[in-house]
Design a protein around this ligand. Structure first.
Ligand code: ADP
Length: 487
């Protein structure tokens, strides 16, 4: 394979780092290529195949042909393959984490956690494959028997973002394979390497050719149109921005595909006057700075009750000042680079806009060299600031004040998004009230780290449709059929 950044990669000899797409169990180089850039050094890691529409059509055809056997493959076999795949991923944690840090910039410690977290979806759905139960429904009169069965929907297309190069893939591919679907995956062009690496491991685990195809391309919208309008594809699962999600939903309407969308968020984090402040600060750092603030459940707005505002601001400022920024491969680094120039530009603009409108910088507030940005705390951010309305996707804590519980909830819900929300309070009655009142698909109560394969992940309002993980996740890849027996 061609490694452009030989100084980094020659030393690592990472056998899972590939430069080709993976279709029908084989590497596909493609006539054109694009560079995959390391955001920490801005140097290319390798080149990757830029597949043509024709080659993508071929991948869809392979998935379709392979699916017809896979859907009838015994559950036990499907489950065993998934289990072996999971084990191979765990066994290759170091190689996968290194690839992930190289292409996404996230600290190596976080990459290792993601290998584990991403792998856990495969482990979970290997078990869930056994539990795709139907019902027997009592018929109220005589003469008929009613049953429901679940069947795989068919070929599933998955489009994934760059912020979790492994977990966003397994969260879709594992339930699809467990259900008996085949998959055509288009990972983000910034981070295709981890996805391809795990596809090779899936083959090693015994997954038949054509069941899991990874197509790579620089033409995101062209591939999006192809996948969402193909008549051979029956399911589209997308994680990414709300804007692109809406376009895909429109396009998928032409073939009435089953769709799952996990879109943008604008997560509030409410700190009430009866909160344990130290616990709140700990949760805040976890929920804000993971992956340099580039997660869809990252806190965007810290809403802090007036009487404890100054104390919370001081505590979080102190913690933020301790965060180490740098290349994720270096030991002790907490915060890596932004993914690219436009990601960095957005953070710069959001902070400038907030300051212009009256916010004060408590710490940070400046771009560093390359794609790095100082971990930042802004206080008294006005509600008119872009930070209050749009996902910043960067290492910026923005603090807003509120007076009453009702005002806190109203502010939290004052957004078209509804993915994650967090709040801290030691009062159990308040916990119930607020948890029920928050308009979000997921609520962290005295907890800043909410993602796990065993719970349903997903949003309401413009944050999406459907759920990933948990006992509900496999249904996204199955159709419910009802059988009526006349007697
Ligand atoms: P992000 O802000 O996370 O980059 P995007 O929605 O732009 O969010 O990207 C998420 C995924 O969607 C990536 O795989 C990207 O390549 C893909 N994508 C971007 N634009 C389109 C589009 N118009 N149609 C289909 N997929 C797209």
């Amino acid at each position: 394979m061609m490694i452009l950044n030989s100084s980094t990669m020659k030393k690592t000899k990472n056998k899972l780092l590939k430069d080709a797409a993976f279709v029908n169990g084989k590497e596909v180089k493609g006539k054109k290529t694009f560079e995959v850039i390391n955001p920490a050094t801005l140097k290319p890691i390798t080149v990757m195949a830029d597949l043509s529409p024709k080659e993508i059509e071929k991948a869809i055809d392979s998935a379709y042909t392979a699916w017809r056997k896979w859907k009838d493959t015994p559950i036990e076999r499907r489950s065993n393959i998934l289990q072996t795949w999971y084990q191979l991923i765990v066994d290759h944690t170091d190689e996968l984490a290194e690839i992930m840090t190289l292409e996404s910039g996230k600290p190596l410690r976080e990459s290792k956690i993601e290998v584990n977290y991403g792998g856990s979806f495969i482990n979970w759905f290997a078990q869930e494959a056994y539990r795709t139960y139907g019902d027997q429904i009592p018929f109220p009169q005589q003469g008929k028997k009613i049953l429901t069965i679940k069947q795989p929907v068919g070929v599933a297309a998955a489009i994934t973002p760059w912020n979790f190069p492994l977990a966003m893939v397994t969260r879709k591919v594992a339930p699809a394979l467990a259900a008996g679907c085949s998959v055509v995956l288009k990972p983000a062009s910034q981070t295709p390497l981890t996805a391809i690496a795990i596809a090779h491991l899936a083959k090693q685990a015994g997954l038949p050719d054509g069941i899991f195809n990874v197509i790579t391309s620089k033409d995101a919208s062209g591939v999006g149109t192809l996948l969402s309008t193909s008549t051979k594809i029956r399911k589209l699962s997308f994680t990414g921005s709300t804007m692109v999600g809406k376009t895909l939903m429109e396009q998928a309407a032409s073939t009435v595909k089953k769709i799952s969308l996990e879109l943008g968020g604008n997560a509030p984090f409410i700190v009430f006057d009866d909160a344990d402040l130290d616990a709140a600060v700990k949760g805040a750092i976890a929920a804000k700075f993971r992956n340099t603030g580039q997660t869809c459940v990252a806190v965007n707005r810290f809403l802090v009750q007036e009487s404890i505002f100054d104390a919370f601001a001081e505590k979080i400022k102190q913690k933020v000042q301790q965060l180490q920024v740098g290349n994720g491969l270096k030991k002790g680094v907490d915060v890596g680079p932004l993914i690219n120039q436009s990601g960095l530009q957005k953070v710069i603009e959001h902070v400038e806009d907030a300051v212009e409108k009256g916010a004060t910088i408590l710490t940070g507030g400046k771009a560093m060299k390359g794609l790095f940005y100082e971990p930042t705390v802004l206080t008294d951010v006005p509600l008119t600031a872009k930070l209050a309305k749009e996902e910043t996707f960067g290492p910026v804590v923005s603090l807003f004040r509120f007076k009453t519980e009702e005002e806190g909830i109203d502010l939290a819900n004052h957004t078209e998004f509804g993915l994650a929300a967090y709040f801290y309070s030691e009062n159990i009655k308040r916990c119930w009230r607020v948890a029920e009142a928050l308009e979000a698909g997921m609520v962290g109560i005295n907890e800043g780290a909410i993602s796990t394969a065993v719970a349903p992940f997903g949003g309401i309002k413009e944050s999406g449709l459907g759920r990933e993980g948990s006992k509900y996740g496999i249904d996204e890849y199955m159709e419910l059929k009802y059988l009526c027996f006349g007697l």
